[in-house]
Design a protein around this ligand. Structure first.
Ligand code: ADP
Ligand code: ADP
Ligand code: ZN
Length: 223
């Protein structure tokens, strides 16, 4: 099962991708997470990506496309994968299609999580992430048991540099300009399904699963 999770920054892509990854035993491929790891470890890719990420604009396509292509070739993607945060513009979507064709794979479903802007700002400004395991919390909507400490691994939580008000606005703008057209790209291919992103995390997971099944049923019974 090869899935793309879409949605604006703060919609809950990472949260849902982690749940689905455990449920279906397929890896979550988060381009944001992979890029942040490269920045932290000061790799060549990380040094190139850092300034773009701090400004909240997209890292150049060639860097991200190459990174995803490598990742998709790994053996753990054989049984499926969940892309989270990629593709983020139409050029990336086209590059993904070429990459998948070369390795004999295709996307089964694209699910978009819909949340209005005011709620996105609330979610992003209260987001906290574990330095150890990458678990995602929210200071009020999904707080850890002990303030600033991860429930899973006990390591300290931090606020991402780009989760500050000014950068949040820039990221939301980039989403509207560059990423929203990707919805139309997949809608035309009959792959796109939208789900509401407001409500309990479990309820949203169920709706995403239904959207995936709906789309796959459609493939099995065309027309
Ligand atoms: P994205 O990967 O789309 O940027 P995240 O999964 O990191 O989004 O979620 C953004 C923030 O919103 C996090 O702080 C997360 O805990 C919180 N969040 C995720 N899902 C929900 C939800 N259904 N209701 C309230 N807050 C949520
Ligand atoms: P979000 O919470 O907005 O979903 P991500 O963790 O997915 O944030 O992305 C953080 C930053 O990493 C983006 O603002 C961008 O600079 C960079 N990035 C992540 N994915 C991509 C991509 N597919 N193409 C270009 N830049 C990306
Ligand atoms: Zn942790």
């Amino acid at each position: 099962m090869n899935i793309i999770l879409m949605g604006p920054p703060g919609a809950g892509k990472g949260t849902q991708a982690k749940i689905l990854s455990e449920r279906f035993h397929i890896p979550q491929i988060s381009t944001g997470d992979i890029l942040r790891m490269n920045v932290r470890e000061k790799t060549t890719l990380g040094l190139k990506a850092k300034d773009y990420m701090e400004k909240g604009v997209l890292v150049p396509d060639d860097l991200v496309v190459e990174m995803v292509a490598e990742r998709l070739k790994s053996r753990d993607c054989a049984g499926g994968f969940i892309l989270d945060g990629f593709p983020r513009n139409v050029a990336q979507a086209e590059a993904l299609e070429r990459t998948l064709e070369k390795i004999g794979k295709k996307i089964d479903a694209v699910v978009g999580i819909e949340v209005e802007e005011r709620e996105l700002v609330r979610r992003l400004s209260g987001r906290r992430v574990c330095r150890g395991c990458g678990a995602v919390y929210h200071v009020t909507f999904n707080p850890p048991v002990n303030t600033d400490t991860c429930d899973n691994c006990g390591v300290e939580l931090y606020q991402r540099d780009d989760d500050k008000e000014e950068t949040i606005r820039a990221r939301l703008r980039i989403y509207e300009e560059e990423t929203r057209p990707v919805i139309e790209y997949y809608r035309e291919k009959g792959l796109y399904r939208a789900v509401g992103g407001i409500g309990s995390m479990d309820g949203i997971t169920e709706n995403i699963v239904k959207a995936i099944e709906d789309r796959r049923g459609y493939t099995e019974n065309p027309g």
